[in-house]
Design a protein around this ligand. Structure first.
Ligand code: NAD
Length: 375
């Protein structure tokens, strides 16, 4: 089996799908690994490190893909990559298959068997392949670092001879994987942290990290979690109550970090322009949901801006890409664990009846096979 890894070609993506560590692991499994030149540069991995680990470094895309049975990527392959694939090649990536219909169509048209890492089910056998979690965790950490850098004051309380610096008040909206890591990171920096979520299970997790839980805890809240542990879209009535609570809480905050997502839907709007303009000059808002439409009114994807009342809005897309070395390293582990499901004694054997492969399969044999994406 030959596995190829090519340079990421989308929107300045800095991560890579493979690290030298994982090259060693794959070659140990009898796999031949080909890496396109420059693949690891955004994550500080030179070609020589891949070569030393046992990979062949190919001089360009075409050479890298000739003879590839599996293509591993961070983001979905581009048209130039898809056109260089033989029918039957396996592609594994964070395809963004709910939204990127063009890429899904192209993969299907090329007869490629593609898997979306974002569809790996959250069952215990698949925990090691859970790329959403590995990346969200780092995104939550990095969001706090970005907020601290944009904030013109300190996070911890500091008592000095020249006077006291007050602790920053940080409010985390959405306490899933990213939000919980944001809480932990802000606490380590010494901030006073509050957090909210619509899932009742989040309350205990927030409190166990030493933050205070703030939410509208009505009957709807008590039933707001799906069997899969995800949030439901909330009613207009709940959202109005939530907005009122947010309004009274947010005026007292120095930093707000939003992370709220609902699978397969646009991100819920949690912070309105009125909330933003109620905040003190110098406050900072970081919106981690900006890739999915955003939780905060007025934050623009990819931009850092300051409002008329002096609030800094941080809209960086691809937050994991700002901590690329670690993000690549964890993602590569997720991917290799996933790909290992298809390797039997060094031979490629794709069993689409396997629970994990079935859930993640998007295209196969010239058709779209994922029910959600098809519909
Ligand atoms: P996510 O990225 O889908 O969403 C982030 C958070 O936003 C969630 O906690 C969600 O409840 C919250 N949210 C949605 N709408 C909101 C609103 N209107 N106001 C406030 N918050 C809102 O979530 P995630 O980080 O992927 O985690 C989702 C669940 O999956 C959690 O229960 C988590 O513990 C669980 N999980 C399980 C596993 C596993 O078992 N292998 C792995 C990772 C996560």
């Amino acid at each position: 089996v030959t596995i190829a890894v090519t340079r990421e070609r989308r929107d300045g993506e800095t991560r890579t799908a493979l690290t030298p560590d994982m090259v060693r692991k794959l070659t140990g499994m009898g796999v031949t690994v080909v890496v396109e030149t420059g693949t690891g540069l955004g994550s500080s991995i030179p070609d020589t490190a891949y070569a030393e680990a046992g990979a062949t470094v190919a001089r360009d895309l075409k050479t890298a893909l000739t003879g590839a049975d599996i293509l591993m990527k961070v983001r979905g392959p581009t048209a130039s990559e898809i056109s260089a694939l033989r029918p039957g090649t396996v592609v594994v990536a964070l395809l963004d298959a709910w939204r990127d219909k063009d890429t899904v169509q192209a993969l299907s048209g090329a007869g490629v068997t593609s898997f979306a890492m974002e569809f790996v089910p959250r069952i215990s056998r698949a925990q090691v392949m859970d790329a959403l979690s590995s990346q969200a965790n780092l995104a939550g950490y990095r969001a706090v670092i970005e907020a601290a850098a944009a904030y013109g004051r300190g996070f911890p309380m500091m008592m000095t001879a020249a006077g006291t610096v007050a602790a920053a008040k940080v409010f985390i909206m959405g306490a899933g994987v990213a939000g919980l890591q944001a809480i932990a990171t802000a606490r380590r920096l010494g901030a006073v942290v509050t957090a909210t979520d619509v899932r009742p299970a989040a309350k205990e997790q927030v409190e166990s990290l030493g933050a205070k839980f703030v939410a509208v805890e009505d009957e709807e809240f008590k039933a707001a979690e799906t069997a899969g542990g995800y949030a439901k879209a909330m009613s207009d009535e709940y959202q109005a109550k939530q907005a009122a609570l947010t309004a009274s809480h947010i005026v007292k905050q120095d930093v707000v970090i939003t992370t709220a997502l609902i699978p397969g839907r646009p991100a819920p709007r949690l912070v309105t322009a009125a909330h933003v303009s109620s905040m003190k000059p110098g406050s900072v808002i970081v919106d981690l949901a900006v890739d999915n439409g955003g939780n905060v009114e007025g934050i623009k994807a990819g931009e850092l801006a300051t409002t008329a009342n002096g609030v800094t809005l941080v809209g960086w897309t691809n937050m994991p890409g700002r901590i690329a070395s670690d993000a690549s390293s964890l993602y590569a582990r997720n991917l290799v664990a996933f790909v290992a499901l298809m390797l039997k004694d060094g031979i490629l054997a794709v069993d689409l009846d396997d629970e994990i492969l079935k859930a993640a399969a998007v295209t196969h044999g010239g058709a779209i096979v994922h029910e959600g994406v098809k519909g």
